[in-house]
Design a protein around this ligand. Structure first.
Ligand code: IMP
Ligand code: MG
Length: 183
């Protein structure tokens, strides 16, 4: 882990008020689409935690929370190419409407893995809300049902997203200005 003295500057891409505004729109769509349905929101740890907490509080229909922890990147900025399931859901999803809450869809590998994992569990429906979409780097075709923002190919930190476990607490979405090439 880098020492705190090595922290790189961050350029603001999406300020806090713009995130709040967009989350309001997403929550309105989700509240409408899931009215009267047994909805379980699945937080993909750790990156989606901040987005999940803010989005969930704007959704007006009854829902329950569950968590899944997968690891795709390790501590670097490039995908290790392998997904590891660290912690599975705590409840069965059979017959329930599952909405996966993702921070960012990059190559699509993580989402494809989650879809394959959860598809066999008999959910009434399986959909995805992603705060950020980086379509330029897509390698696996995945469907995003609700999308916050489309972003260019930059390394993003803040609002839950990390670089080597740092920056998650920034209240805005920013691009990391690394002095040296990504490692
Ligand atoms: P994918 O499997 O390549 O789509 O990557 C998905 C996961 O990689 C996300 O859930 C993030 O945890 C992480 N990730 C991808 N791009 C970024 C980024 O720009 N900043 C921080 N984390 C990222
Ligand atoms: Mg993630």
């Amino acid at each position: 882990m880098s020492g705190i003295g090595e922290v790189s500057p961050v350029r603001v891409l999406i300020p806090e008020d713009e995130i709040t505004r967009r989350l309001g729109e997403l929550a309105e769509d989700i509240s409408r689409d899931y009215e009267g349905k047994d909805l379980v929101l699945v937080c993909v740890l750790k990156g989606s935690m901040v987005f999940f907490a803010d989005l969930a509080r704007k959704i007006t229909t009854p829902l329950s929370f569950d968590y899944i922890c997968v690891n795709s990147y390790g501590d670097a900025t490039e995908s290790a190419g392998k997904i590891e399931l660290r912690t599975d859901l705590s409840e069965p999803v059979s017959g329930r409407h599952v909405l996966i809450v993702e921070d960012i869809v990059d190559t699509g590998r993580t989402l494809e893995y989650l879809f394959t994992l959860l598809a066999g569990r008999g959910a009434a429906s399986l959909k995805v809300v992603a705060l950020l979409d980086k379509p330029s780097r897509r390698k696996h075709e995945v469907e995003i049902n609700y999308r916050g923002f489309e972003i260019p190919d930059e390394f993003i930190v803040g609002y839950g997203l990390d670089y080597r476990q740092l920056y998650r607490n920034l209240p805005y979405i920013g691009a990391l200005e690394l002095a040296s090439p990504l490692d």
